[in-house]
Design a protein around this ligand. Sequence first.
Ligand code: G3P
Ligand code: MG
Length: 233
Amino acid sequence: MQIIAHRGASGEYPENTLLAIEQATVQGADAVEIDVFAVQGELIVIHDHHLARTTNGTGSIYQYSLAKLMQLDAGQGQRIPTLWQVLELTHNKCWLNIELKGDDTVAPLLALLNKAEQQLGFDLESLVISSFNHHLLSAIKQQQPQLRLGALTASLPLDYAAFASTLQAYSVHCDVSFINQAFVDDAKARDLKVFVYTVDQPDDIQRLKAYGVDGIFSNFPARSRKLSNKKPA
Ligand code: G3P
Ligand code: MG
């Protein structure tokens, strides 16, 4: 079962910062998940569009110039990273799950990935692009069908993972509160990978392993790796 560092190693370091992402790679996470918004066409890595929870700023990211956003403290002296910085950092280290939060993210994302391929030799197969907004995923599928898409859901739909098949997604990303064996079996029958968020508790880790899920999003990647390697009692 793969361990995906949720917002980096965010249980120990400020979430969605280069420090948390670097530490996740040091801790041997298979992948890092980050959240992305677009501000003035630049993709930045932050979970909320309001700044107060994770930075020393107030109000919305859209009220600031990019230069001003870059000056904020995102914890332990860290800055809000750009997606480009994260691509540079994770390149050749682990795979990356970019979760799109803003609805104006697709065009800047595709332009940036094109640049990353040209300038860094970035392997696009080391990416999964996910969103709760499936319209964004559909737009990406139309423009760049080879990109891997992760269809996020916070519910247990009546037709199980059919929505992810419709999107021709690579994976389905499910809430630990709702996942069950029937959903996992349905997704597997559709040739979808199953990744589950957010999983830090030992009983959940053992249960999901037993379901046969492909990976979990964890705030504590090193600890979750140990727990997942442990034999059930
Ligand atoms: O991508 C998995 C998970 O991060 C989705 O929820 O709110 O933590 O972005 P959220
Ligand atoms: Mg997320």
